[in-house]
Design a protein around this ligand. Structure first.
Ligand code: PAF
Length: 288
């Protein structure tokens, strides 16, 4: 694997030119879409793209259309130089970092709306979020035309909505979902972790601990979903200033709530710690 900084590309025309040669040589293209502020979680998507494909393209674009009016678009970290240095270590070939104007040209007025899997959980607390995500992902897929595109399990609902879109719109790219990468103490890696003070970061561990609690309860034979959710909430509420948006035990395909844990059930949560909104999830296996 080379340690060369990936070639930085800012326009769709230049991207297509580069990829024409790659495709012409019969080489497979993998896309890892990101919003930059890279960390090991995002880099694992690039590594997966490079492992499976010949040419790994990383998009770095803070997509304004997926942020609500009161969200953190303005303060979202933009760290292009550091991102490029990190990408050099994981074999990325091209870094595509377009401007807002390049992605949303004047008059842009077409949007992708995924149906029911985009409605619960994040869909309730971040209206319009998935419309922005699926629109930009479809645009990136059209710009790059990869053989496969890589997303993280940490954004479970996002990955599900993208899989739904890809199936419904007959997109040719394979959609791969890679495991959540955690810090050694269990905190799921996220660009937003850098907003947390040291003390808040410690309190944020309660997300992972509550997921572990759910896993333990299921392994001990508890199968009443509301009872498990209550225990998770009680644990999260022990962390000073933790504000729960949701703690949900849902069917992993439909995201509809379940009453009884039977087979695979997704435990998903969103919690604000010191005004930073964090999400995490894990799969519970009854009898597993
Ligand atoms: O997961 C993200 O970082 C973003 O939602 C994505 C997929 C890059 C679209 O902007």
């Amino acid at each position: 694997m080379s340690d060369t900084t990936p070639r930085l590309i800012a326009t769709i025309a230049q991207l297509r030119e580069e990829l024409r040669t790659v495709r012409g040589a019969g080489r497979k293209i993998g896309l890892a879409p990101t919003m930059g502020a890279l960390h090991e979680g995002r880099l694992s998507l690039v590594r997966a793209a490079k492992a499976e494909c010949d040419c790994a393209v990383v998009s770095i674009f803070v997509n304004p259309s997926q942020f609500g009016p009161n969200e953190d678009l303005a303060k979202y970290p933009r760290t292009l130089d550091a991102d490029l240095a990190l990408l050099a270590g994981c074999g990325a070939d091209l870094a595509f970092a377009p401007s807002n104007e390049e992605v949303y040209r004047a008059g842009h007025d077409t949007w992708v709306e995924v149906g029911s899997v985009a409605e619960p959980l994040e869909g309730v607390f971040r209206p319009g979020h998935f419309r922005g995500v699926t629109t930009v992902v479809l645009k990136l897929l059209n710009m790059v035309q990869p053989d496969a595109a890589y997303f993280g399990q940490k954004d479970y609902q996002q990955a599900l909505a993208i899989r739904r879109m890809a199936a419904d719109l007959d997109l040719p790219a394979a959609i791969r979902v890679c495991p959540t990468v955690r810090e050694s103490d269990g905190l799921a890696m996220s660009s937003r972790n850098r907003y947390l003070s040291a003390a808040a970061r410690q309190r944020a561990l309660v997300l992972w601990k509550s997921l572990q609690l759910a896993d333990k309860l299921v392994r001990q034979g508890e199968c009443c979903a509301p009872a498990i959710a209550t225990r998770m909430r009680e644990l999260i509420e022990t962390a000073e200033d933790a504000r729960i948006d949701y703690v949900a035990l849902v069917d992993p395909e439909t995201l509809q709530p379940v009453e009884t844990i039977a087979g695979r059930t997704l435990a998903a949560l969103a919690v604000r710690i010191e005004n930073t909104r964090l999400i995490d999830n894990c799969m519970l296996m009854a009898g597993g």
